[in-house]
Design a protein around this ligand. Structure first.
Ligand SMILES: Cc1cc2nc3c(=O)[nH]c(=O)nc-3n(C[C@H](O)[C@H](O)[C@H](O)COP(=O)(O)O)c2cc1C
Length: 145
């Protein structure tokens, strides 16, 4: 089994959301040491903002995929059996870094590219916004199948 997790925090391994997600993965590893995983934060990768060109809808793939790490991230997701999306609460919702990542997957909400893969959402907060983040991330996971 392979797990892919993306955390929309710039804080890399110092991120609370990364730390919580890693604790969850460690629990799974205790049960099955053969599990492979890729767990990255937005601080580990370069993801450019969607330019709104509509190429992904009409002439896939996205032209930005050649310039940043999204092609690699998409490949990792397609190769994985379980997808984890994690975001800190920023201004009562997902972080801008997570939204930038999700915008770059716009085509996948119409093509069910992750069909059949279970998904897990993770969020941390100073006190508010958890429901908004989980609901939104679960919605977008379900739109990808
Ligand atoms: C720019 C910014 C906006 C934040 N907005 C909220 C908020 O609206 N509500 C809240 O309870 N916490 C808010 N927080 C606190 C974070 O959600 C909290 O510290 C979280 O654990 C950070 O996760 P991370 O370490 O994975 O980045 C905000 C933090 C930052 C840096």
């Amino acid at each position: 089994m392979k797990i892919f997790g993306f955390i929309g925090s710039p804080l890399k391994k110092k991120s609370n959301t990364y730390t919580l997600t890693k604790m969850m993965i460690n629990k799974l590893l205790e049960k099955n040491g053969d599990i492979k995983y890729t767990l990255l934060t937005s601080g580990d990768v370069n993801i450019q903002s969607c330019k709104g060109c509509w190429s992904c809808m009409t002439r896939s793939p996205c032209p930005l995929d050649k310039k940043d790490d999204m092609a690699f991230l998409k490949e990792e997701m397609l190769k994985s059996d379980l997808i984890i999306l994690g975001s800190p609460v920023y201004a009562m919702h997902v972080s801008g870094q997570m939204k930038t990542f999700l915008d770059r997957l716009a085509n996948w909400y119409h093509t069910l590219r992750l069909a059949g893969k279970p998904g897990v959402t993770v969020s941390t907060t100073a006190g508010s916004g958890l429901d908004e983040v989980h609901q939104y991330l679960q919605l977008l996971l379900s739109y990808q199948g």
